[in-house]
Every structure is written in structure tokens, then in C-alpha cells.
Design a protein around this ligand. Structure first.
Ligand SMILES: Cc1ncc(COP(=O)(O)O)c(C=O)c1O
Length: 373
């Protein structure tokens, strides 16, 4: 479903045809897309560099802000090396192109992996197979069926329902010569110490771990990175056409993302509020909808009765000024489901009102709760 076009947005509200709606959509987990310092950094860089580098970083389109951003995100996430590309989708393509270049011919994907991982493996000419969602034993069996080096690839935090991949077990299941590619687009700025991401949250370190991120969600800007062992990142830099043949994100957005990273570490209250709000909304929805109150991810997905029941809940909630997105995005718990996204900028009142509205308009017949992420 394509959402109606918004006229304006704040961290937690959208203007829809003149009506101000409190939104639990998007992935603006820390409100950094509207942070005054971040917006100012974009404006300053725009005055200095203009809107676009108009060329690939490999030719004449590299700037100091792109290079500084690349180094800062890579160091923050604790990787040996990193490469900044235009966005998270392209990061997956660049990662798979580099892996193919070092001899990886097969990709084994979680069956619900983000479409960009599948597209990337196919574009890199790999044989693609899948393993059962979140099942590390099945991933291991699928790897054993591969001839030669393979890459296991999965979202570390699934965008549709917030599930966490069994990343540590996946890493352990690798054979010599295999790699694990984690798409941490929803882990960066959310999980781990100061928001360093899922590998930090789980204490994962390995020279066979490759991580991709977007800077468009938790950091609220644009851009993507491939991070991991230096040899692989160097290979991506020299050979990945997804890097060599693309114009990077606007210098304005690169400067903004650098400032976002500073705000993430310099204003730790934001992450603390995100975590408190996540726990609060999960707690409010646990009883009625079977939501797992202890899951640390600010994406909350659940079903409530039939699609018609949910549409009625969605409409009633929207009429009361709150957007609880009802989506059919692939990889969710059902063909149609609620996917709520919590922000550090939601107030206690926002959370209470949303929970009350959803509970009030839930079908009377609700006897089976939705998924419990
Ligand atoms: C899990 C996941 N990977 C990759 C992407 C792509 O990131 P970007 O929007 O920066 O291209 C997204 C965003 O939609 C995502 O949710």
C-alpha cells in the first residue's frame, strides 16, 4: 500500500491535507531527521558544496565530508574498513559484488531476507538458496550443500517485524572460506552501546563478518556503508560497480549524517528515551495483542483479527489523529499486519493514546494474538 503523500513531517507527526497526525510510521527512531543541528549541518554543507557532487567518488565526486563520514561510521561500528555508497540497497549490491570477486559463488539467504540482499546476490551472479527463517541449523545444512565458498546473508534486525536473526549461531555455522553478511540497516543507532549496531549488541567479531548499513533510518539522513575486513572492503572499492559507477549521497546529507552520529553519542538521552518508549509501548500492547514486552527493537508488528477488523482499527485510530500503519510489506507475520515504529520523540501521552485507541477498537472476538516480536 502506498501511503498518502504528506505535506510536512516532524519527528513524530505528519500533515495530511492540513490535518496533523501523530505517526508511529517510518524508521526515524531517534528523531534525527529533524534534529536542528543535523538540519543546520546539511544547510551549511549545501552552501559550501551545492546539492550534488555530480560524479562518482572514484572520479571527481569525492568530498571531505564523504571521506570523514566513511571513517567515522566505520570506527563507530568497530570495523577494520568501510566504504560509503549512495544508500543501503547499493551497499548490499557492493558487498555481494566484492564477495563474488573474491570467489564466493553461492548465497544462502534467510527466506525472509530483505529484497535488496536477494537482488544483490542475483546481480552478482551467485547461485541463491534459502534457509528457514531464523533457523541457524537449517542455514548450516544449506551451507553444507554448497560447493565452494558461500555467503550466508540475513537482516540482523528484520524490518517487517523487528525479529533478531540468530547472528552468533549463523557465524558459528560457517565453513572455512564462508562469510556472513549482516544487513544492519535497522540495528545502527538502535542496538548496541551508544547505538553501534547489532554486532556490538551481540558482541560479534570475526574477520568473516561483513556488515551493511543505511544512514537513512536511525541516523535520519542518506547513504550506506559496506564494512568489514580490509581486503574485502578494498576489493569493493576497486571492483564493485555499485560503488565505482554511482554518484554518492548529496554532500549536504553526508555532512548531516556526520552531525547525526555526533548527536547519537553526544545526546545519549535520545537512545535512552527510545529504549524507554519501546518498552512502554510493548508493555501496553502485550496483553491485548501478544507483543513481546522484552524485545529490544522499536519495530512492533502484530495482527488483530481479520484484515477487515484491522482496517476498521486503523481507520478509527486515524480519525482520532494517530497513524498506526497497516501494511502488507513482504516478510511480516501475515499478508496484512500492523507495523508500528517507536521514536525517542514520542511522548508518554502519544504512547498511551495509541495503546488506548488500538485496544478500544480491537475486535471483541480477539482470542488469538498476533506475532510476538
Ligand atoms: C533491511 C533493509 N535493508 C536495506 C534497505 C535499503 O536501504 P536504503 O533505503 O538506504 O536504500 C532497507 C530500507 O528500506 C531495509 O529496511
Amino acid at each position: 500500500m502506498t501511503a498518502p503523500p504528506a505535506h510536512a513531517c516532524s519527528a513524530t507527526a505528519i500533515d495530511l491535507a492540513g490535518r496533523r497526525i501523530t505517526s508511529f510510521g517510518g524508521c526515524n527512531y531517534l528523531g534525527l531527521a529533524q534534529h536542528p543541528g543535523v538540519v543546520r549541518a546539511a544547510a551549511d554543507a549545501m552552501a559550501r558544496y551545492g546539492l550534488s557532487t555530480t560524479a562518482s567518488r572514484e572520479t571527481t565526486g569525492n568530498t571531505r565530508v564523504h571521506a570523514a563520514l566513511e571513517a567515522a561510521v566505520t570506527a563507530f561500528c568497530g570495523h577494520e574498513a568501510g566504504l560509503l555508497v549512495p544508500d543501503g540497497y547499493t551497499a548490499n549490491i557492493a558487498a555481494m559484488q566484492a564477495l563474488a570477486r573474491v570467489g564466493v559463488r553461492a548465497a544462502v539467504l534467510d527466506e525472509r531476507a530483505h529484497a535488496s540482499l536477494r537482488d544483490a546476490a542475483q546481480a552478482a551472479g551467485m547461485r541463491v538458496s534459502t534457509f528457514t527463517h531464523l533457523d541457524a541449523a537449517d542455514a548450516h545444512a544449506a551451507l553444507r550443500a554448497c560447493d565452494g565458498p558461500a555467503v550466508l546473508a540475513t537482516d540482523s534486525v528484520f524490518s517487517a517485524d523487528g525479529a533478531l536473526a540468530p547472528s552468533a549461531a549463523l557465524l558459528e555455522s560457517l565453513r572455512p572460506g564462508d562469510h556472513l553478511l549482516l544487513d544492519d540497516c535497522h540495528g545502527l543507532a538502535v542496538l548496541g552501546r551508544e547505538g553501534r549496531g547489532t554486532p556490538d549488541h551481540l558482541g560479534l567479531r570475526s574477520d568473516r563478518l561483513v556488515v551493511t548499513v543505511t544512514l537513512a533510518k536511525g541516523l535520519g539522513c542518506a547513504g550506506g556503508l559496506v564494512m568489514g575486513p580490509r581486503n574485502l572492503v578494498d576489493t569493493a572499492t576497486r571492483h564493485a560497480t555499485a560503488y565505482i559507477c554511482t554518484t554518492p549521497c548529496s554532500p549536504a546529507l553526508a555532512a548531516a549524517a556526520l552531525e547525526s552520529l555526533r548527536a547519537l553519542t553526544g545526546e545519549p538521552d535520545r537512545l535512552a528515551r527510545l529504549r524507554a518508549n519501546t518498552a512502554a509501548l510493548r508493555g501496553r500492547l502485550a496483553g491485548a495483542f501478544g507483543v513481546d514486552r522484552d524485545h529490544p527493537v522499536p519495530i512492533i508488528a502484530f495482527t488483530a483479527g481479520t484484515p477487515d477488523d484491522m482496517m476498521a482499527m486503523h481507520t478509527a485510530t486515524l480519525s482520532a489523529g494517530m497513524l498506526a500503519p497497516l501494511v502488507s510489506y513482504p516478510g511480516g507475520p501475515a499478508p496484512v499486519y500492523f507495523r508500528l515504529s517507536v521514536s525517542s520523540e514520542h511522548t508518554t501521552d502519544d504512547i498511551d493514546r495509541l495503546a488506548e485507541l488500538l485496544c478500544e477498537h480491537a475486535p471483541d472476538t480477539l482470542n488469538e494474538t498476533g506475532t510476538a516480536r
